[in-house]
Design a protein around this ligand. Structure first.
Ligand code: 1DF
Ligand code: MN
Length: 367
């Protein structure tokens, strides 16, 4: 099974290879895996008539049961932390993958089961990273349903399992991380200086219906609406005033927020001054300043030069990192298009390699 081949745009770049021949290593930063155990539990949720999350049903009834080529490729590839994945990386010129438990992870599960599943996924991922230390790095899965457990697991992930950050798939059963009950998670991440990758999830049931009825709830649009809204809530509710050294990584070029920076600043200022909302109190900086201070964005699913160059311009070249989003996105030509970005080799090394090494605290590669 192979992913479909793209036809647009044409590329000048050679077929990519690993090893840094082009002057940089390629580190892919949003790369998904699944344990067989969590997939089985997810399929069980689909069979539970009391489980009331239409976004989850839309997403995982598709990848869990559809017979078309792409969902079958995805379901199989998610479960491969060995030779198949390494071969796919070799073919696309990916030197290192930063792996994370695929969305929505443990977040839709019952609290006790969620904790077991996050721990199990972390143990399995740590084993894979140990088998392939030159190719795989990991992010810690958590169960935000239990913030204290999650804080302890973040510490275990960093100090015992050798992981380089945390993965959280946007809302947890309709709740957002600006709620102070979740803040032990931010306390742990900030204290350990380890970034949180705020990855998409489908929107919760009170937010998804108009997207769902048009087929727009998934990666095409709904993921960005949900996850961009979540990040914006963290900003406007003052989470980054409380945790000024917190590092957040966001995929899909920042889930549209960089494009909105001017309007966010203007409207946030005007709204705060008008006293319109109890929920929108003054914060220390403009929204765009938190985006430039606390947020790094990756190019998962957004292999498009104008958008990438725009984000480098408005956020800064040290803020934009490469990601593939394997196996959901697996087009070797997307690597070649990004090799073709109008950047010097030194700038491409920053984009593909050293920004990721810095924000995730990876060992420095020697390309
Ligand atoms: C899809 C895309 C699914 C992404 C994902 O996880 C995901 C998709 C379930 O295409 O349905 O992580 N993504 O990040 O773009
Ligand atoms: Mn993803």
């Amino acid at each position: 099974m192979t992913a479909p081949e793209p036809t647009f745009p044409p590329t000048q770049a050679p077929q990519p290879t690993t090893g840094g021949r082009q002057g940089y290593l390629r580190i892919a930063t949003e790369e998904a895996f699944a344990t067989p155990e969590i997939l089985k539990l997810w399929l069980g949720l689909l069979d539970d008539p009391t489980f009331d999350d239409p976004g989850f049903r839309s997403l995982w009834s598709f990848y869990g049961t559809a017979t078309a080529e792409r969902p079958r490729f995805v379901l199989q590839s998610l479960q491969d932390l060995g030779e198949g994945r390494l071969a796919a990386m070799d073919k696309a010129g990916i030197d290192r993958a930063i792996l994370s438990l695929t969305s929505p992870g443990a977040q839709p599960l019952r609290k006790d089961i969620a904790k077991q599943q996050a721990t199990l996924a972390n143990d399995q991922l740590a084993q894979a990273c140990k088998r392939h230390p030159d190719r795989f790095s990991g992010l810690t899965a958590v169960a935000p349903q239990d913030p204290e457990y999650s804080a302890r697991e973040i510490e275990r992930g960093k100090n015992e399992l050798g992981f380089h950050g945390v993965i959280i798939n946007s809302h947890t059963q309709g709740e957002y991380l600006d709620d102070p009950k979740f803040w032990p998670i931010f306390e742990a991440a900030q204290a350990l200086d380890t970034p949180i990758y705020l990855h998409p999830n489908t929107a919760p049931k009170n937010f998804i219906q108009p997207m769902l009825e048009a087929g727009l709830d998934g990666a095409i649009w709904g993921f960005a609406v949900e996850t961009g809204t979540h990040l914006l809530r963290l900003i406007t509710k003052g989470v980054f005033d409380r945790f000024p050294r917190l590092k957040m990584v966001v995929g899909h070029l920042g889930e549209a927020l960089p494009f909105w920076m001017y309007r966010l600043d203007y409207m946030h200022g005007a709204t705060v001054r008008s006293g319109r909302y109890e929920a929108m109190k003054p914060i220390e900086c403009r929204p765009s300043e938190y985006l430039k201070r606390n947020v790094w964005v990756t190019t998962s699913g957004m292999a498009w030069a104008p958008a990438i160059m725009f984000c480098r311009d408005v956020l800064g070249p040290d803020r934009v990192l490469y990601a593939m989003d394997y196996p959901y996105e697996y087009l070797v030509d997307e690597v070649r298009w990004q090799d073709d970005l109008p950047l010097t080799t030194a700038e491409k090394k920053q984009f593909y390699q050293t920004n990721a090494e810095t924000v995730f605290g990876l060992p420095k590669g020697d390309a």
